[in-house]
Design a protein around this ligand. Structure first.
Ligand SMILES: NC(=O)c1ccc[n+]([C@@H]2O[C@H](COP(=O)([O-])OP(=O)(O)OC[C@H]3O[C@@H](n4cnc5c(N)ncnc54)[C@H](OP(=O)(O)O)[C@@H]3O)[C@@H](O)[C@H]2O)c1
Length: 240
């Protein structure tokens, strides 16, 4: 398939590399391809400049967000920073129309009051906005009525989403939420191709609220396992 991955961060790189490895044509979206290629410093999370990643993955094509979405033949993954995703995706609504969009963003605000010191690269515990009564997934769906939005992947590090067998031999649970059965099936098929065996459909997109709010627990577990140095290499198992 021709699949678009919107985002050049850590998670977007994990999906782009895995999809290319699986034989898909991968189109990665960024705000300004020339500016992204000109970067020489690691990003906030310490990821090396994107041109180094591209040099190691020659089959991947870097385009603008809109051109990457247009190049997809039906499936788009959004790895755009959660606080900016609605605006960025709204601007390319035409290119996303009729397609499935899997969103794993977290609507984090890093600078806010009152701050709470936290041993993360950004120094404070980020705040979720929206939360409780709305979610990023639902906001994206409202902004893109011609696109089928699915919330998934968000409860784990993307390095483990694309390689589930690396945690407990793959015996952990991945969630999908959305209002379109065919789009959730597409997402489930993709997850199976990544190696997932335990995929739980939690229902409508309203359930994105809980999936996004899990982020705070995810970080707490990470600290329990050894702090920020721990790569987040763990998963959740729903025991029935
Ligand atoms: N990384 C993970 O394992 C993981 C796991 C679960 C959830 N999440 C969540 O998923 C989202 C993506 O995470 P990530 O680590 O893959 O990448 P990220 O570093 O959070 O975001 C990178 C992408 O966001 C874009 N971006 C940043 N500011 C923007 C703005 N003002 N307007 C438009 N685009 C903007 C960047 O564009 P450029 O390419 O132009 O720089 C880049 O493509 C985040 O919300 C994160 O919290 C990540």
């Amino acid at each position: 398939m021709k699949i678009a991955v919107l985002g050049t961060g850590n998670g977007g790189r994990a999906h782009a590399a895995k999809l290319a490895e699986l034989g898909h044509e991968v189109f990665v979206g960024t705000r300004d391809p020339q500016a992204t290629l000109a970067r020489t410093e690691p990003d906030m999370m310490g990821n090396p400049p994107y041109k180094e990643f591209l040099a190691e993955h020659p089959g991947i094509t870097l385009l603008s967000f809109g051109d990457a979405a247009a190049a997809s033949d039906g499936l788009v993954i959004s790895g755009i920073d959660g606080h900016n995703a609605v605006r960025a995706l709204s601007a390319i609504a035409d290119q996303l129309a009729g397609k499935t969009l899997i969103d794993y963003g977290v609507p984090f605000i890093y600078q806010h009051e009152p701050e709470h010191p936290w041993p993360t690269p950004w120094g404070v515990m980020p705040k979720l906005d929206p939360v409780d009564t709305d979610s990023l997934g639902e906001q994206i769906q409202r902004a893109l009525p011609r696109t089928k939005v699915v919330k998934s992947f968000v409860t784990q590090e993307q390095s483990t989403v694309v390689d589930p067998a690396s945690v407990a031999g793959g015996d952990h649970t991945m969630f999908v939420a959305g209002d379109h059965a065919d789009a959730k099936q597409q997402t489930t098929d993709l997850l199976k191709s990544y190696g997932w065996r335990d995929i739980l459909d939690v229902g409508g997109l309203v359930c994105a609220r809980g999936l996004e709010m899990h982020t705070h627990l995810h970080e707490a577990i990470r600290f329990g396992l050894g702090g920020q140095e721990h790569g987040g290499h763990f998963g959740i198992k729903v025991m029935r």
